[in-house]
Design a protein around this ligand. Structure first.
Ligand SMILES: Nc1ncnc2c1ncn2[C@@H]1O[C@H](COP(=O)(O)OP(=O)(O)OP(=O)(O)O)[C@@H](O)[C@H]1O
Ligand SMILES: [Mg+2]
Length: 268
């Protein structure tokens, strides 16, 4: 029997629930199926990474979860209510920090509460706490061009958390950073996640980044992206960079890599 919707909770107690979501774009060359159908649940406080090849529909999925795009089929629920427009209980961090160059760090962090029309002076204190949490307390009054790429991305993370969303959506947030900054950022994000207890959907191309960060990794096929594998990552937390050398970590990465490896026709 089909599950009645909208559910207050799925049977698993999931906070985010995607049911048979699909999206087809209308393009100049005709309809282009970009995603799904797929169903995913994300538990309260869970860190889920979504891993898939370029063009498989990952950003499309995130736009649906953020309420910026309506699916062509299926429905997404957060906390039991349907996601049909941008909403206050969702925070987003994009691949590029997209800061406003004419606003300082504190005002950039405050942008979502101003856009949502919920600004009050108490948010200034909250912004300063977040700025401190991402290690930029000396830079609250600096402007974006006075910051490095990693620092700008930290501002974007603080901005994504200012309105206290239940769910944080991240679309390859570290892809534009150099390898050393990227390692530092994944450690910092892990610490922030442990402190704030948000549910996170983290899109990435990087198998080690997914395995390091996630409780669960949802692997998508090539376009239109469908779920081809779910990997439960049982590694103890907090995870240090040394855990990337652990046999269990290496085995997870190998297993995931094999899902994407095209068979060599000479050995098929
Ligand atoms: N606005 C749009 N109109 C038409 N087609 C689109 C649009 N946005 C994306 N697409 C197409 O949908 C497919 C999925 O795009 P999407 O950006 O979701 O992929 P992705 O998995 O995020 O890729 P990447 O890893 O390269 O960021 C692609 O084939 C793309 O060409
Ligand atoms: Mg993308």
């Amino acid at each position: 029997m089909p599950t009645p919707y909208p559910p207050t909770k799925t049977p698993s107690g999931a906070t985010l629930s995607l049911r048979e979501i699909a999206l087809t774009y209308s393009t100049s060359r005709g309809p282009l199926p970009a995603l799904g159908p797929l169903s995913i649940d994300v538990e309260n406080g869970e860190f889920v990474a979504v891993l898939g090849p370029s063009g498989c529909g990952k950003s499309t999925l995130l736009k649906i979860l953020s309420g910026l795009l309506q699916p062509s089929a299926g429905q997404a629920f957060l906390g039991g209510t349907i996601i049909d427009k941008p909403r206050q209980d969702v925070g987003i961090v994009f691949q590029q920090p997209t800061l406003l160059p004419w606003k300082n760090v504190r005002d950039n962090v405050l942008m979502p509460v101003r856009v949502l029309g919920i600004y009050s002076p108490a948010y200034r204190k909250k912004a300063d706490e977040l700025i401190e949490m991402v290690g930029l307390d000396q830079f609250a009054q600096h402007y974006p061009h006075e910051l490095s790429g990693g620092m700008q991305q930290r501002v974007a993370i603080a901005r994504g958390l200012i309105h206290e969303p239940k769910l944080l959506l991240m679309d390859e947030p570290f892809a534009a950073l150099d390898a050393l900054t990227r390692e530092q950022m994944i450690l910092e994000l892990q610490a922030i996640w442990e402190r704030t207890g948000k549910s996170v959907v983290f899109i990435t191309h990087s198998i080690p980044e997914a395995a390091f960060m996630a409780d669960r990794i949802v692997v998508l096929s090539s376009r239109p992206g469908r779920v081809i594998h779910i990997e439960n990552v049982g590694l103890a937390r907090p995870r240090g960079l040394e855990s990337m050398a652990a046999p269990e970590f290496v085995a997870i990465c190998d297993r995931l890599r094999r899902l994407f490896t095209v068979k060599d026709p000479a050995h098929a």
